[in-house]
Design a protein around this ligand. Structure first.
Ligand code: TTP
Ligand code: MG
Length: 362
């Protein structure tokens, strides 16, 4: 990756905890930890994350939940608010993660998802000024739609972008001009370098190497002698050198669409005709896609009173692009029960039909 690249790194702020605060507004401003059940201090497992208020108590990711409980008890004794402990709701977090991915996707064609709440995205081709404006838009859109904040780092490579995203949390936007990469890194603690964990940091700290600038005193050979193969990488990273490309790793999860009838209808011929036309279109999109097999067909029906139901066909064996007949038949079989009393007791008229396919193989 050269100096001409522009890479963003976006990391959500206290991700799981922020989503829990969003779901339950009375938790806002209170110390909150998401993780395993503390069971009055006897619980096993760890904290997944804590909001910033609970971090003031010393609670953080990976801390044993029993210790988090004790810190909460201690705070209580000091007259502070006790910590709210919550079990993770992964479905809610995954959904938000997907929404965030889709927002970034509007502004960048190349995105690498680093974890559930962090994304690298490529803005190469823009100027830094333009890229910064895009990052502001991404932040604003996430804030508006997902009602939570993130921090973004913008730089000439993934390494600097990631570190930059982390130094101004929460709700930060940190832009590092490529000319300043080394200056930016020098004063930072060595732990800021991805790949320097507690063990490596301990080894280096004992040699009085505390900042990234200190690392530069050592030759590459020296670092390799101390740290093995990782030493060479750390030598480069300390100088802001990183040429790893962004690797797109999230595939289209589904292909689908819906038709809303001009008037609510129970005209079975019209419904099935429309539906078959719709399913032909979706199969066509599948044929044009990079995928060769699919596993699930899902239909959604919305009745005139807005009640919405769905039904799924999951093939034991994946079907292929040659299986259009099977696809059409199985889709139709999904919808028919909604056109009689089997799945539509009151024979309600129909407002909308959706069809979606998912679980692809390349
Ligand atoms: P992080 O981005 O590391 O943490 P965070 O988003 O909670 O807080 P920050 O503002 O400092 O970025 O991780 C993202 C989510 O991943 C986090 O909300 C919970 C989960 N997670 C774990 O389950 N276990 C862990 O050890 C870590 C670090 C994170
Ligand atoms: Mg985060």
């Amino acid at each position: 990756m050269t100096k001409n690249h522009i890479i963003g790194h976006l990391d959500m702020d206290a991700f799981f905890a922020s989503l829990e605060e969003r779901a339950t507004p009375r938790f806002k401003g209170k110390p909150l930890a998401v993780g395993s059940d503390p069971k009055n201090g006897k619980g096993r497992g760890v904290v997944s994350t804590a909001n910033y208020k609970a971090r003031e108590y010393g609670i953080h990711s990976a801390l044993p939940i029993s210790q988090a409980w004790q810190l909460s008890e201690l705070a209580k004794k000091q007259g502070k608010e006790e910590v709210i402990f919550l079990i993770p709701n992964m479905q809610m977090y995954e959904k938000s993660s997907e929404n965030i991915f889709n927002i970034i996707k509007k502004y960048s064609n190349t995105i690498e998802q680093g974890s559930i709440d962090e994304f690298y995205f490529d803005l190469t081709g823009k100027t830094f000024k333009e890229a910064e404006a895009i990052c502001k838009k991404i932040k604003a859109e996430i804030n508006k739609k997902e009602k939570i904040t993130c921090s973004i780092g913008l730089a000439s490579n993934k390494l600097i972008a990631k570190i930059a995203a982390g130094i101004n949390k929460p709700n930060g936007l940190t832009v590092i001009n490529p000319k300043c990469n080394e200056k930016f890194l020098e004063p930072l603690a060595i732990r800021k370098i991805p790949g320097i964990g507690p063990v490596t940091a301990g080894i280096l700290n004992r040699k009085n190497i505390l900042t990234i600038k200190d690392i530069k005193i050592l030759t590459k050979e020296n670092l390799q002698k101390i740290l093995g193969k990782a030493g060479g990488e750390i030598y480069d990273k300390a100088r802001g050198i990183d040429d790893l490309p962004i690797i797109e790793n999230r595939e289209a999860k589904s292909i689908g669409g819906q038709i809303t009838f001009e008037e609510n209808t129970f005209n079975i011929v019209a419904i099935t005709n429309h539906f078959l036309e719709h399913s032909n279109n979706i199969f066509k999109k599948f044929k044009e896609s990079e995928f060769s097999k699919l596993k699930n067909i899902i239909i959604t029906i919305r009745f005139s009173d807005f009640e919405t139901k769905s039904s799924t066909k999951s093939f034991k064996e994946y079907i292929t692009k040659n299986d259009e007949k099977i696809f059409r038949l199985e889709s139709l079989k999904l919808i028919l029960p909604f056109l009689d009393k089997r799945k539509n007791q009151k024979l309600k008229t129909i407002r909308l039909i959706g069809l979606r396919i998912e679980k692809f193989l390349k």
